[in-house]
Design a protein around this ligand. Structure first.
Ligand code: ADP
Ligand code: MG
Length: 699
């Protein structure tokens, strides 16, 4: 066993108790885990400040001088030990609220010390609370580093003497015991890309020789991390492509032509044309299509999906479309049925509420091939749903399904069908490359003509009367309005209260019979919910007060105002989704973000972003930067370890692309990693994917 794989409990000075705590608090079990536990920042200890330079704006300083006096200040329960410390240029107070005895026993007046800490001003005097104190020249010489790493720890760890410094010391101990860390990249590749070796990189992360060396280490480790993710995804993709010969859809026949000639009442946008071309090329290529179709709400993805399905039909195959919610499946079904009016295409809907008798007929028609297109929810995945010859699977909003479910559909046929995944949540390129790294990507980046971009306004609570006035005017013009309240699991009860109160306030301000207001939320019975929605959809109510149940729901072109209450509590992608509910007709539409005055920095940034741009991709990028990838929808189910150790998908987009290109080129030449120089890759990949499996089986 490599030393790096050894458990840390066997290390001197660690022992089982501390080891257990480290595992529980930080997930660190082996020496290797610890070596890859990187500092979150470094403090430059090469500089010694003069006390007269200190103004308490510094976050960390280091000074050299002597203690002149110790004294105890304050009343009994608030006693503190104060030392005056001087370096000849000024005086600063060192303050301890605990451990006074230990301090006076260990430090003397008139001895030279180096003191570290965060300066503050208290009672017009400079002070440092609980400083670190060292005797100059007594640094741990072999492992001394001017850039002192700071490791994140927890209260529990600190209480067990596992401070940042202690962790640093343990890492140092491991590093002195390890002769040379086994390299994990091929030498040729490292030379070509000018990467430093792993051993040097890891050592410099914990004991930087210089900031220059540190930079090179970070670069090497980030590259490696991203590179292996891409190598893993791309090798799977390459392998899949050679194993799964795709069905060849060579014909464009009656179905598509008839549809195009008779049923399509508008011009396709350039973006739609381009994407359909990309899809057609895939379908005819003899390779199985695995494509992600990204496009903002209303960009016309459903139409593109329909045309792809018609190509499948033209080649004698069935197609299915799967949506994440019943409402959405219903809507797709209606849209598709309407588009296919007067054409001889069998289309049916299958959801949890499909009746048993209908189901049986549907199953039969599906098996006989009489049914061409099946639209539905998760219900499509049930074993009883058997196709005659499924050729194309379309998945809407796939990230709510997860990769495992995507695979389940393939099991329904001997031959893998083509797969098109649609998402209206624009995904930053970096995330798409990892989360959907095995997919090719098409983007519809153009809205159908005649749409006016939604105008977004941020109002504080004090503008409520202005808002009501605006709403009345819009209703006079015949428009409809959504008002959405946040609903968050942790505060569900309070949220429902807010919703109820909001609803009552709206009814008071917009009383019957002149106005009709409906309220729709997740706690209602499905029938009542449906009824409320229908009321609004048919234009019988002018205002719908709702929770986010409408997020991926209804399509009401006449609705032109989206009011979002407590908008600061929504995530960016959710806000963007909600805004996409309006602006579907030809009228100017508005999104009004209501918030309190108290905004966090991030909350403010989210609202600003929404006001500034309608571009879903820009919003997604900002979201990624604000939240990090771990919190973005879909990343958890992906099976990809998104708690990256060093790379950051929000910041390292360019490096990710580079790593992907390098991995791709490498696999082009040696898909199975058989060349001698690539054995190191093969080994490391196996190691990494093995630990991945272990992780998922634990959780
Ligand atoms: P998405 O699924 O991307 O949200 P849809 O396919 O539902 O978008 O399209 C939104 C609306 O725009 C639908 O009413 C659709 O009929 C219409 N539409 C789609 N493509 C075009 C186009 N090229 N020109 C005009 N209207 C279009
Ligand atoms: Mg759609």
């Amino acid at each position: 066993m490599r030393l790096a794989d050894q458990e840390i409990k066997y290390l001197k000075g660690v022992g089982p108790k501390k080891a257990e705590l480290l595992e529980k608090e930080l997930g660190i079990r082996t020496c290797s885990d610890l070596l890859y536990f990187f500092p979150y920042k470094y403090i430059d200890r090469s500089r010694i400040y003069l006390i007269r330079e200190i103004d308490a704006t510094q976050t960390f300083i280091q000074i050299k001088g002597r203690i002149t006096t110790f004294r105890v200040e304050g009343q009994r329960h608030k006693q503190r030990l104060v030392a005056s410390f001087t370096d000849g240029t000024g005086t600063i107070e060192l303050v301890w609220f605990q451990g006074a005895q230990w301090v006076t026993r260990n430090y003397q007046v008139n001895t030279e010390y180096v003191v570290f800490g965060r300066p503050a001003v208290y009672n017009h005097k400079l002070s440092i609370a609980h400083p670190e104190i060292e005797i100059p020249g007594k640094e741990e010489t072999a492992l001394y580093t001017p850039l002192q790493p700071q490791y994140s720890t927890t209260e529990k760890l600190k209480n067990s003497f596992l401070s940042s410094k202690a962790i640093h010391r343990i890492i140092g101990q491991i590093l002195t015991q390890i002769d040379h860390l086994e390299e994990t990249l091929p030498t040729g590749l490292m030379e070509r890309l000018k990467l430093i070796d792993l051993d040097g990189a890891i050592r410099n992360m914990h004991y930087p020789e210089s900031s220059e060396k540190l930079k090179k280490s970070v670069y090497r480790l980030k590259f490696e991390e991203l590179f292996y993710i891409q190598l893993n995804i791309l090798s799977q993709k390459f392998r899949q492509q050679t194993i799964n010969r795709g069905l060849v859809f060579s014909k464009v026949g009656d179905y598509l032509n008839t549809f195009y000639r008779n049923n399509l009442r508008f011009e396709l946008t350039e973006a739609q044309k381009r994407v359909i071309k990309e899809i057609r090329k895939d379908l005819g290529s003899g390779k199985q299509m695995n494509r992600l179709l990204q496009g903002d709400v209303g960009s016309g993805k459903t139409l593109v999906a329909l045309m792809a399905m018609l190509i499948a039909l033209d080649n004698g195959y069935q197609a299915c479309l799967m949506a994440p919610t019943e409402i959405l499946a219903n809507q797709h079904f209606k849209t598709v049925s309407r588009f296919l009016e007067n054409m001889n295409v069998g289309v049916l809907l299958l959801t949890g509420s499909t009746k048993k008798s209908e189901r049986e007929l549907l199953h039969e028609q599906l098996r006989s091939g009489e049914l061409h297109i099946l639209i539905g929810t998760h219900a499509l995945l049930e074993d009883t749903v058997q196709f005659n010859n499924l050729g194309l699977v379309i998945i809407d909003e796939q990230h709510r399904f997860g990769v495992a479910q995507r695979a389940q559909l393939w099991k329904k046929t001997n031959q893998y069908p083509h797969v098109l995944v649609m998402t209206a949540t624009p995904i930053p390129r970096t995330l798409a490359m990892t989360l959907y790294g095995d997919l090719d990507v098409s983007v519809i980046d153009e809205l159908p003509p005649g749409r006016k971009p939604v105008q977004t306004i941020h109002y504080y609570e004090s503008k409520r009367l202005v808002l009501f006035g605006f709403m009345r005017k819009q209703i006079e013009m015949g428009r409809q309005i959504y008002i959405v309240y946040p609903l968050i699991k942790e505060s569900e009860k309070l949220d429902y209260v807010a919703l109820e109160e909001g609803y009552e306030a709206i009814v008071r301000a917009f009383p019957p019979p002149q106005y009709a207001v409906v309220c729709v939320h997740g706690q209602m019975k499905p029938e009542d919910k449906e009824q409320g929605m229908q009321y609004f959809i048919r234009g019988k109510a002018q205002i719908m007060v709702a929770t986010t149940v409408i997020e991926v729901g209804v399509d009401v072109p006449n609705a032109s105002v989206m009011v979002i209450e407590n908008a600061e509590r929504f995530g960016l992608s959710q806000l963007h989704q909600l805004r996409g509910r309006v602006g579907r007709g030809a009228d100017q539409s508005y999104c009004i973000l209501m918030s309190s005055y108290k905004l966090s920095r991030e909350g403010r940034k989210r609202l600003e972003t929404m006001v500034q741009t309608n571009d879903g991709f820009e919003i997604a990028e900002t979201d990624l930067k604000l939240r990090g990838p771990g919190d973005i929808e879909g990343t958890q189910q992906s099976g990809i370890p998104f708690d990256l150790k060093i790379a950051n998908l929000g910041q390292d987009g360019q490096l990710l692309q580079y790593a992907r290109d390098v991995a791709g080129e490498l696999l082009e030449e040696d898909m199975n990693l058989e060349k001698p120089e690539n054995q190191v890759l093969r080994k490391q990949l196996a190691r990494l994917t093995k630990s991945q499996v272990d992780w998922s089986s634990i959780s």
